[in-house]
Design a protein around this ligand. Structure first.
Ligand SMILES: [Zn+2]
Ligand SMILES: [Zn+2]
Length: 125
């Protein structure tokens, strides 16, 4: 899936350029000149990009990053540096792939998996 509108493309390209996660307010500040006036307009675009699997929400930061990996929609495994704020997506984590084989699920059907690991990146260490 690709962005479907110029606004989606604009915000998607901006998130891809950035290494840190951005909030809707960060994005609004950047694009006020492009006709965005309210956070709700930004959220509308972000929700579409989430639906297409093009970005991830970093739940613990209430912020967003571009998805850089090929994977099922509804999965994200991210590392977040407490020093510089860089967010990285970990590809093909085997426990993500094998979630339905975990012990103790007992009839529970997983629909979404969000793993966020906070720590320090190799530069901030
Ligand atoms: Zn992703
Ligand atoms: Zn760092």
């Amino acid at each position: 899936m690709k962005p479907q509108t110029p606004r989606q493309q604009l915000i998607y390209d901006y998130l891809r350029k950035k290494k840190t996660a951005l909030s809707a307010y960060d994005i609004l500040d950047e694009f006020r000149d492009h006709g965005f006036r309210a956070p709700s307009q930004i959220y509308r675009v972000l929700n579409k990009l989430l639906e297409f699997g093009l970005i991830h929400k970093v739940e613990s930061l209430s912020a967003y990053i571009a998805c850089e990996q090929e994977h099922d929609i509804g999965q994200s495994f991210l590392t977040i540096c407490n020093g510089c704020g860089i967010v990285k997506e970990i590809p093909n984590a085997s426990f993500v792939e094998n979630l339905d084989k975990l012990d103790g699920l007992e009839g529970f059907t997983p629909q979404e998996l969000v793993v966020e690991v906070k720590g320090r990146c190799s530069i901030c260490n």
